[in-house]
Design a protein around this ligand. Structure first.
Ligand SMILES: [Zn+2]
Length: 249
């Protein structure tokens, strides 16, 4: 069969338009949760960087506290040995104590240098920590607005889909069951497009199937102009029609 004549040709072409609109709504609805997931993941990455910076800042502070404790211990050692210095009579013991005190002092100096270095690092880390916290706050606010917008869009899309599906069901119910079955079979096999308008190139008048972009044979170009008639595309087997003929444009 090369052509299909039916008084319901226009109704079927209309149904295809409704189905394409529904498919687009479904695609939009399906994309929204993925977009939300992506937005949340991007924010989680930013927050992880902030937590890592905070962790580094706290770790530096804890290292500084540790050094300060060890400085206090060194000072305590110096004090203890200086007290002992006043009590010893033995020259060798006196010298040994002096050596201990020197050692404690050297250790204390080294620890104090360590604290100074850490203080510089802590200053830098503190600046970075504050900047990241502020940045995360901004990013989080933007993320919440974006997610709320996407969720609202999801609800709108779902409502539009429901309304479109109801209209589509009523339109489909009015079409002959056999014709509808044929339409559904082609639609299932051809990525949702069963009924395709032919495309007419302005300059040359050349006609092509808008489903698969194959050119029409001279016979098909004649058939396509018959009223209330679909012409099967020899390549993709879709039902082709002319918008001009079918809708009188
Ligand atoms: Zn085709």
């Amino acid at each position: 069969m090369e052509t299909l004549h039916t008084p319901e040709a226009r109704a079927l072409a209309d149904l295809q338009k409704k189905d394409l609109a529904i498919d687009a709504l479904k695609a939009r609805a399906a994309a929204i949760p993925l977009k939300i997931k992506g937005v949340n993941a991007a924010f989680a990455g930013k927050k992880a960087a902030m937590l890592a910076a905070r962790e580094a800042f706290l770790s530096l502070q804890s290292r500084k506290k540790d050094l300060e404790l060890r400085i206090a211990e060194a000072e305590e050692g110096i004090r203890k040995h200086q007290l002992q210095l006043n009590q010893v009579k033995d020259n060798a013991a006196f010298k040994a104590l002096l050596t201990e005190i020197e050692g404690d002092k050297a250790a204390k100096d080294e620890l104090e240098t360590g604290v100074l270095t850490l203080l510089e690092e802590i200053d830098k880390a503190s600046v970075q920590d504050k900047a990241l916290q502020a940045e995360v706050k901004v990013v989080e606010d933007a993320k919440n607005i974006e997610v709320a917008g996407l969720e609202a869009s999801g609800k709108e899309t779902a409502a539009a889909l429901e309304a479109a599906a109801a209209v589509r069901a009523a339109a489909a119910a009015a079409i002959d069951a056999g014709l509808l079955e044929k339409y559904e079979a082609i639609r299932a096999a051809r990525a949702g497009l069963a009924v395709a308008p032919v495309h007419e190139e302005q300059a040359t008048g050349k006609l092509t199937c808008s489903g698969c972009h194959m050119g029409l044979t001279p016979q098909k170009a004649v058939d396509i102009k018959k009223p209330e008639t679909f012409t099967f595309c020899p390549d993709c087997r879709r039902l082709m029609y002319s918008e001009k003929t079918l809708y009188g444009q």
